[in-house]
Design a binder for this molecule. Structure first.
Ligand code: SF4
Length: 257
């Protein structure tokens, strides 16, 4: 048990900023690049149940087969699936992509989402929420990585690490995590915290099935609810607090050009 539900409080801005500073010192600053938001929605759909490399390969193959998204509208699902086969779950993803493109076309009469660059994050969010299968994580990823607007996607690493830190309730699901973290994390910290927590989750605060957390080497040990349940105050104070250098890593599923 990390933190009893009735004892849990959302993280303070000060605690979040401190964690952001620590992770920035460890993993560095991240920069978002503005790109086509429809590319973003599709690549995030393709990222389901595959690794970053095969997701990028599937996206590149899809763009080669269909240089414009309008070309996907009349295409048979099997043809779309053939183009994305390398990313796995090809038939399911092809069907979802085709359906989504039709829904967007029916909604606005074309597939041009470039207007989102000049629209508010709220308007972009409200538009994307209309479409079935476009959930909070996809929306947040498109906002932050393709539109350079403030949002905080919660993927499996972010969910695990923020839960261990005590930033979300132990019993919180991903929807609650999105709501709590979006509200609590200052906009200017969102991109860096999201990316750096993922790196931290891969390198140090690993899933139980993947070696588990390496708390003794963790730069966040003095700020972590889980560590406080596991180690004495003396041990935490005496910890190396992350003196081990970690390799830089820009390996994210949104690497696609
Ligand atoms: S102290 Fe342990 S549980 Fe807490 S963030 Fe670091 S590795 Fe994860």
């Amino acid at each position: 048990m990390l933190i009893e539900t009735e004892l849990w409080k959302p993280p303070t801005t000060r605690a979040i900023r401190r964690a952001n500073e620590i992770l920035l010192a460890q993993y560095g600053e991240k920069i978002a690049r503005k790109r086509d938001p429809l590319d973003g929605i599709i690549v995030i759909m393709l990222s389901q149940a595959t690794n970053d490399l095969n997701c990028d390969r599937a996206f590149s193959s899809l763009k080669s087969a269909f240089p414009s998204w309008e070309g996907v509208l009349p295409a048979p699902v099997e043809t779309i699936a053939d183009a994305i086969r390398v990313g796995g779950l090809a038939n399911q993803k092809a069907s979802r992509i085709k359906k989504l493109l039709h829904e967007i076309y029916d909604e606005q009469g074309d597939l041009d989402l470039s207007w989102m660059h000049d629209a508010s994050a709220e308007r972009c969010r409200a538009f994307m929420e209309k479409f079935k299968g476009v959930g909070p994580k996809t929306i947040a990823c498109v906002l932050v990585f393709f539109l350079d607007k403030p949002a905080f996607p919660v993927d499996t690493h972010v969910f695990r690490v923020t839960k261990r830190l005590g930033w979300i309730r132990e019993k919180a699901g991903t929807n609650e995590a999105h709501k709590v973290l979006e509200a609590a994390i200052p906009d200017d910290c969102k991109l860096n915290l999201h990316c750096n927590i993922i790196q931290h989750g891969r390198a140090i605060c690993r899933a139980d099935g993947n070696g588990g957390p390496r708390c003794e080497e963790c730069v966040l040990i003095r700020h972590c609810a889980f560590a406080k349940t596991r180690f004495s105050t003396e041990v935490i104070r005496a910890s190396r607090g992350g003196s081990t250098p970690f390799p830089a890593n820009s390996d994210f599923f949104v690497t696609v050009e």
